[in-house]
Design a protein. Sequence first.
Lengths: 288, 266, 354
Amino acid sequence: MNKTTNQKAWIFLAPVLILVAFNAFIPLITVINYSVQETFGNNEFFWEGLTWFENILHSERFHNSLIRQLTFTFTILLIEIPLGVAIALAMPTKKGIWLSICLVTMSLPLLIPWNVVGSMWNIFSLPEIGLLGKLLNSLGFDYNYTRQTGDAWFTLILMDVWHWTSLVVLLSYAGLIAIPDAYYQAAKIDGASAWSVFRYIQLPKMKRVLTIAILLRFMDSFNIYTEPFVLTGGGPGNSTTLLSIDLVKLALGQFDLGPAAAMSLIYFLIILLTCWIFYTLMMRNEED
Amino acid sequence: MKNTKWLLPTIYILFLLLPIYWLVSMSFKSTNEILGSFTLWPQNFTLENYITIFTDSTWYMGYFNSLSYVCINTILSVAVALPAAYAFSRFNFMGDKHLFFWLLTNRMAPAAVFALPFFQLYSSIGFFDTYIAVALAHTLFNIPLSVWILEGFMSGVPKQLDETAYIDGYSFWRFFIKIFIPTILAGIGVALFFAFMFSWVELLLAKTLTAVHAKPIAALMTKTASSSGYELGLLAAAGSLTIIPGAVVVYFVRNYIAKGFALGRV
Amino acid sequence: MANIKLQGLRHSYADNPKNDEDWALKKIDLEWEDGGAYALLGPSGCGKTTLLNIISGLLQPSHGSVKFDDSEVNQISTDKRDIAQIFQFPVVYDTMSVYDNLAFPLRNLELAETEVHDRVTEIAQLVELTSMLTSRASGLTAGDKQKISLGRGLVRTKVNAILFDEPLTVIDPHLKWQLRSKLKKLHQLLNRTMIYVTHDQVEALTFADKVVVMNFGEVLQIGTPVELFEKPKNTFVGHFIGSPGMNILPCSLDSSNVKLGKYTIETANQVSQNHKGKNLEIGVRPEFIQFSDDGLPVSIVKVCNVGHTQIVETSFEGHKIKLIIDEDIVLPSNNVHLSFNKNKTYLYANSWLV
């Protein structure tokens, strides 16, 4: 589109800027403020410079949380993206009752408050009285997610797959139905196999939506707080304490404002950088 | 080969429905039945959990509170995003690309980072424990998303429409309201949907910024779970009720879901 | 290379077709000779694309059979029918180079790479894509992309027919002209059956040896461009072809003559009393009308000067009659009369030539 150059655009942006700046800048300044000072209460602040940053970056607790978080995020990406695409490919293409049923039921998990998701899975997986827990135990597995780390991780990941795969499905589906029929017809004429159709037509045309899906899932899973908190509380021990949970413990639990603030900034920076790199890489490919 | 294609979505849908079924069936059991024995469906069907929720004002006010701030936030976010999206779509201006990216970075921010600062900020201006606090706090995440979605839809409308309207003598606002907005109604619907969705499901900030008067249902539930020794039946009922608004919204937009998820950008 | 026969073809997109409108193809019986250059001409929605897709197997007809060399192919899948089809908007595999695009159908047939290479270079030369073989297909112009589509259609050695579905729609006008003549040359070179669907009569008449005119799911006439011009069998054909098209005027029959109002008109075809009661019309092309001293009285409405000729629009009792005359003929100012060339004037009953 040919855009006109118009500096008056800033007027259109004023309401947005005011609201977002209010919510973003002031807290950001607060956080930066805390991250470079020490306080013992009584509104007394002492300059600490980069001490907190060094502390966090060298702290084993932070390293562990980070590793747990990375493990979590990459695991769910590896499961949810291919699974979501596969389901989207298998969904009915014609409008009709089956398609409506699919779309409505698949959207449900996305609209449930996150703590209810956590509670739901909490109850569902309890060894004695939850359907999943009871099922697994009666099949011979020694399953107890409140006591055993492996089981806690299993349940956590299963819950996230249950919760968010639909987002990938719906995004992929939207991308798929936008592909004009002519491409499929030409592929038939050219004698292409189903795999070729996927590789040369469907996947390339879904690149945009897949980028959005991967970015969103990366961001949201890296920031996740409520569901794991309600499910396991970060335990057993701290085996499922992901970054956000650790941060809230630090900030609102222990009131270690300095370290918490420094950790916040580092946390934010990691996400920002990763998203920016990924986005640039994917978009650069498209400009070709 | 094609005939078994339906297997995967079917299994997936069953997988999705299973925990929901369990929650709902538990809501119709008494806590005794739940803790006492394992039953696949309620043996002693009871409505006592739901009755408690509908009669205890602490409980049902929770739903009212949640719906209130969600509605405020949804309308506010989308209304404010409309002119901004228009600017991004139609104009070149100094710093436009950087501004757009900066907006998106707010969506990327972990809510945990803002928990404490928001608590202090909103307390200091006296908004703690109000609907408006949560509504405003959520705009941090919803406005960037709304702007992004709306810009996608707006870019699909050719500029000739604007130009023709000006030639025909429309003032900007008359054009915007009478001509432009009707063409992007689908986009507005999608933006409203996503804004509603995000605000309805978010817990951390909603809990941090409220205490009693504006406490959302989500926070009430977590309180119950940790204290007063596990009234599972009640919890299940409360949870089941929170699924309803989402289901209703999805039902209404079911014909547009597929198109909507394209976010206007496909 | 094969002779293609369509017998008793009927097709409806609706599940339970009830009346005429539900049928995209009402009844088609056609034979496409091996190696012929055909145009399938008709307005939008007349069923041309449906017909094409039935030939290539992308669509299964509700009734009727498709035969290649007298054996029925209804049950044979598209890729086994050895048909090439080029669509309205260019279809290229974006992630592949031009070379790989052209090679794609051959590789799906699992031919040896040396064979693939030979064939691709040969076809690339034919469609003038040699210089771009290593470029990525996605960044090219619409014209080049259509050439790739065309190349992919030609690259297989065993091709029964090449079907074109309005392929030049998205092409710039000056390139359209080039590609059109290229297609004609290709036909002469390759001698394969080519069926070219279009709603543009100029494209149809310049490309094809024989034109099939369709409307409302039926074939109205098959013939050479000259035959269609000189003796249209249906008023639609007469009106659709030619610029401006044939004049169609409602008329009546008295004891032995065709009458336009109270004026007798002589026609080339025989008139009989059987035709009474049907919807009668006279058809005569603007090229075969002249001003005369007596005959049909008309009033001149407007004149368009188009180079060597003038198109004059006249009016007779509320009906428009157009005629084409040389540029240097002076128009009569009053007492204007028209005479029709009786050898080129035809009577139509219910839209069909009697």
